[in-house]
Design a protein around this ligand. Structure first.
Ligand code: FES
Length: 174
């Protein structure tokens, strides 16, 4: 059966200090109890950047961002979200100014002004699995340099890497 859902658990230092390893174990146990191992995967990722709100758990493809997840709420996330398809409201991020619950990471003001470049895959892939990096277009630039460009063209590219390339990256993603 194809994987229909991924639970991404932050494995960064901050979240580990807040017990994300145990959260990961509980999620795996609950998925197993629900007999959903063949369709729901639980992965440890790199830091999401919002360490003060950890442990972070993100549910994909629903794109729901849970914060301060503990053992009990990990069980609820499986029971409510994974099994019943209902967002578990108790662990959504609450914006302090408006008291609004923000289920999507990209809507949280903390992330709105950020543009991750080198760390853009953090929180999305398992950093210990090279295949996930390759699936996220890892090494594409190296492949292009080695197969499509001359050494002179590479040197020219590096010389103008400053504004031109940064602008291209920024305008693609904003
Ligand atoms: S360590 Fe989890 S968000 Fe940074």
């Amino acid at each position: 059966m194809p994987i229909r859902m991924e639970l991404l658990v932050c494995g960064g230092t901050g979240c580990q200090a807040s017990n994300s390893n145990r959260v990961l174990e509980v999620l795996r146990e609950e998925i197993k109890k629900a007999k959903l191992e063949s369709e729901v995967s639980v992965l440890m990722t790199g830091c999401f950047g919002f360490c003060e709100k950890g442990p972070i758990v993100k549910v994909m493809p629903d794109n729901i961002f849970y914060v301060e997840v503990d053992e009990e709420s990990a069980r609820k996330i499986v029971a409510e979200h994974v099994v019943k398809g209902r967002i578990y409201q108790e662990k959504l991020y609450v914006e302090p100014d408006t008291k609004e619950k923000l289920p999507e990471q990209s809507k949280i003001p903390f992330y709105k002004k950020q543009l991750r470049i080198a760390l853009r895959n953090c929180g999305k892939i398992d950093p210990e699995n090279i295949n996930e990096y390759i699936a996220a277009d890892g090494y594409m630039a190296l492949g292009k340099v080695l197969t499509e460009m001359t050494p002179e063209a590479v040197i020219e590219l590096v010389k103008r890497v400053d504004l031109e390339v940064v602008e291209a990256v920024v305008f693609q993603q904003v």
